[in-house]
Design a protein around this ligand. Structure first.
Ligand SMILES: Nc1ncnc2c1ncn2[C@@H]1O[C@H](COP(=O)(O)OP(=O)(O)O)[C@@H](O)[C@H]1O
Ligand SMILES: [Mg+2]
Length: 242
């Protein structure tokens, strides 16, 4: 469990908060909101990439989760092959040992890229690059995965495959996922809970537990549509560009 209390961020002006939110271990939570509402800022604060201006983050039993981060563009190093890109976090944290290569191979396979280890990022499709990026975020055995609009640049079919693979990774690894998106349907499809931020400074407008009784065909259900409609209306009323 992560507990955020009174989180704010100011640059020249306030851009976020105060935000109070608890994220339950092993949950899948999405954050939506207009462009500039502070979604990325919140995710960066949650991951420790930047610090908040005020407020605190605490952890249940004081155990800080081990984080992995996936950005919108896959941010791979073009001069390193796929396997070496996945290995990178282990290298940077000097955790290279005989198992490192095995772990990297494992993740390569788990994201469906077996046989692509020696390829270079320039030789991969957008979806494949994103898969490498997910493998790289997971290779350290983290239990908290943060993703910032990871699939926005992908076509619909590729996106859906990656969404389903992400759900599988979430389920089989018992990890917590914090997912930023501007797509309401994507948020409802993936998440157990959707949080809406207001236009800057971003504050909590809505915190919706997603009702999802069955996975297959969820999108065809009235349940799915009414939750999408509800969230879309909130965003519409709030205004701003999605
Ligand atoms: N490093 C920064 N310096 C100054 N302003 C920033 C910086 N990062 C973000 N902002 C501003 O903070 C606001 C929220 O940005 P961001 O978190 O990226 O929003 P979102 O991800 O929801 O689109 C925006 O107005 C943005 O211009
Ligand atoms: Mg953003």
């Amino acid at each position: 469990m992560l507990i955020f209390k009174g989180i704010t961020k100011n640059y020249k002006e306030p851009v976020l908060g105060p935000i109070d939110i608890d994220i339950k271990s092993k949950s899948f939570v999405s954050i939506i909101g207009a462009s500039g509402s502070g979604k990325s800022t919140f995710l960066r604060i949650a991951s420790g990439l930047i610090s908040q201006s005020s407020g605190s983050i605490s952890y249940k039993d004081n155990i800080k989760p081990k984080m992995g981060f996936v950005f919108q563009d896959s941010t791979l190093l073009p001069w390193r092959n796929v396997l070496d890109n996945i290995l990178l976090p282990l290298e940077l944290t000097k955790k290279i040992n005989p198992e490192s290569l095995e772990k990297s191979h494992n993740w390569l396979e788990r994201v469906g890229l077996k046989g692509k280890g020696m390829s270079f990022p320039g030789e991969l499709s957008g979806g494949q690059k994103m898969r490498v990026s997910i493998a790289r975020a997971m290779v350290q055995g983290g239990n908290f995965l943060l993703l910032d609009e990871p699939f926005s640049a992908l076509d619909e079919v590729t996106r859906r495959r990656l969404e389903d693979d992400l759900l599988e990774i979430w389920e089989t690894n018992n990890i917590t996922v914090l997912f930023v998106t501007h797509s309401v349907t994507q948020a409802v499809y993936l998440s157990q809970r959707v949080v809406v931020l207001s236009s800057g400074p971003g504050m909590l407008l809505e915190d919706l537990a997603i009702e999802k009784n069955f996975k297959d065909g969820f999108e065809e259900t009235p349940q799915f549509l009414s939750q999408v409609r509800h969230l879309t209306n909130i965003l519409k009323e709030e205004g701003g560009e999605i």
